[in-house]
Design a protein around this ligand. Structure first.
Ligand code: CA
Length: 233
């Protein structure tokens, strides 16, 4: 089996080297980039399985890179932030980062976080196939989803969803009619509890509704959470 590839975008050489060394010792194949432009090029060329992304880079913000990467690739991102400002972390998670770690960090913690993200991703990808051994396409109302390709079409036209929006849709569709609390959705889509970021769920739901014209069927259950209406016909 090929090694899992991790791209590290970090301008502080000592930190980049430490991560590359530590992750290499854990059996990952690593590559480092010291700025955003090189990093984006390596995302295309190296085709990593996971991105470790520093939030403060000389040429571009981690936020920008995060947005750009998640819009084009289904690539999990662990953000590195030197700041303890909670707004940064919430912002990062909203634009598609999977987790964050604050500097200074313990290398072992980074490894644990990375393994958690990769495990979660593997489970998410395995799920639809296990549930449906037939053609793994889900069709619901005017929406058709191919979970393996993470492709969504509405009335035959492709809808661009971010990885998190896609996961959220899949979570809700996994149990149509069930009311999901925001905490449950956070847990299943983002994978851990992050105090005070229920807003993240709300903004993702709003975007999903907009992109899928789903105001009618992704409904808010006041004071509780969200659900997908079961089709009545
Ligand atoms: Ca930096």
């Amino acid at each position: 089996m090929d090694k899992t590839k991790i791209l590290i975008i970090e301008d502080e050489e000592a930190i980049a080297d430490l991560l590359a060394y530590g992750l290499g010792r854990e059996g990952f194949e690593t590559r480092t980039a010291a700025n955003g432009a090189d990093g984006l090029r390596e995302v295309r060329q190296f085709q990593p399985d996971l991105l470790v992304l520093d939030w403060m880079l000389p040429d571009r913000s981690g936020l920008d890179i995060c947005k750009q990467v998640t819009a084009q690739y289904n690539l999990p991102i662990l953000m590195l932030t030197a700041r303890s400002d909670i707004t940064d972390k919430i912002l990062g998670l909203e634009v598609g980062a999977d987790d964050y770690i604050t500097k200074p960090f313990d290398l072992r913690e980074v490894v644990v976080r990375i393994r958690t993200i990769l495990r979660r991703l593997a489970q998410a990808q395995a799920l639809p196939v296990a549930e449906d051994a037939g053609p793994s396409v889900i069709s619901f109302r005017n929406i058709v989803i191919s979970p393996e390709e993470r492709l969504v079409t509405k009335d035959g036209a492709t809808v661009e969803l971010t990885p998190k929006e896609f996961d959220l849709l899949m979570a809700l569709l996994g149990a149509r009619g069930k009311i999901f609390t925001r905490a449950e959705l956070l847990q299943s889509v983002w994978g851990y509890d992050f105090p005070g970021d229920m807003r993240t769920v709300d903004t993702h739901i709003q975007r999903l509704r907009k992109k899928l014209d789903a105001a009618e069927w992704i409904t808010t259950v006041f004071g509780i959470g969200y659900k997908i209406e079961k089709r009545t016909d």
